[in-house]
Write a new protein. Structure first.
Length: 225
C-alpha cells in the first residue's frame, strides 16, 4: 500500500504481522527493547525486518537500525529512509541518498483522532479546510489524515535539519484524486525557515496519501533538484 505513494527509486516493504519477528533483532537492537513487553518488541522488530528486506532489494548488506538524533533511525551512509507502524501495519521505505535527499512515511488507523487532539496539532486555516473536506467526503477521517501528513513531513524534515518541527510550523493542504479509493496529494508550507537541499532552500514539502484497508497512509519525498 505504501509503495503506491512513492517514486520508483524508493523500495518500500510492509507487513501486517509482527509475530515472532523479535527473534530477528541484532543484539544491539534487542538490548534497546529488552525490558519492553512482547507487543512492543514485536513492533520494534517488524519495522526493522522490513528495513533489512528493503536493504537487500537495494543490493545492500543487512545492518542494525539504531536510533540516532531525536530517536529517528540512524541509517548507514548512502541511505535515506523512514519507518512507521501502527496496530496491524508495519512498513519501511528506503532509497539511496544519491536518488533522494530525504523521505518520510506514516501510517495510522482509519479512525478519528481522540477528542481535543485536532486543536493541538492543527492551525485554524487547516481546520477550516478540513471542515469543507468532511462535507465533500465524510467517510475519510480527515483529522487523522492531517495528523499523519504532519508526521510524514516531520520525518522528512528531521534528517535535513536535526531540529524539531512543531505541528504549528507547517500548514498542510490536501488535494483529492477523482475515482477509486480515497487518495490524493498534499502540500506542506513551512512557516519557519526551511532546510537547504543543495543550492536551494525549501519552503515546503509535497506528499501523497491514501485511505484503504483500515489505514491512513502518507508519504513525503524530497528530491535533490
Amino acid at each position: 500500500m505504501i509503495e503506491e505513494l512513492l517514486p520508483g527509486s524508493v523500495v518500500a516493504v510492509e507487513s501486517r504481522d509482527h509475530t515472532g519477528m523479535d527473534v530477528e533483532l541484532y543484539p544491539e537492537e534487542a538490548v534497546l527493547v529488552s525490558r519492553a513487553v512482547a507487543k512492543r518488541r514485536g513492533e520494534f522488530a517488524a519495522v526493522r525486518v522490513c528495513a533489512r528486506r528493503a536493504m537487500a532489494t537495494l543490493g545492500l548488506p543487512p545492518q542494525p537500525v539504531l536510533p540516532g538524533r531525536r530517536g529517528a533511525p540512524d541509517w548507514q551512509a548512502g541511505l535515506v529512509g523512514s519507518l512507521t507502524h501502527c496496530e496491524g501495519y508495519y512498513a519501511a521505505a528506503l532509497a539511496l541518498s544519491a536518488d533522494l535527499a530525504s523521505l518520510g512515511i506514516d501510517a495510522e488507523p482509519e479512525a478519528p483522532l481522540p477528542d481535543g487532539v485536532l486543536r493541538l496539532v492543527s492551525l485554524p486555516a487547516e481546520r477550516d479546510r478540513l471542515g469543507q473536506l468532511e462535507v465533500d467526503d465524510p467517510t475519510v477521517p480527515w483529522d487523522r489524515l492531517l495528523f499523519s501528513a504532519k508526521e510524514a513531513v516531520y520525518k522528512a524534515w528531521s534528517p535535513l535539519t536535526g531540529k524539531w518541527l512543531d505541528f504549528s510550523e507547517a500548514d498542510i493542504e490536501f488535494t483529492v484524486a477523482p475515482g477509486g479509493p480515497p487518495r490524493g496529494g498534499f502540500s506542506a508550507r513551512l512557516l519557519v525557515p526551511g532546510p537547504r537541499v543543495g543550492e536551494r532552500r525549501l519552503d515546503g514539502f509535497e506528499g501523497r496519501w491514501t485511505v484503504r484497508d483500515g489505514f491512513v497512509v502518507t508519504a513525503v519525498t524530497v528530491p535533490h533538484a
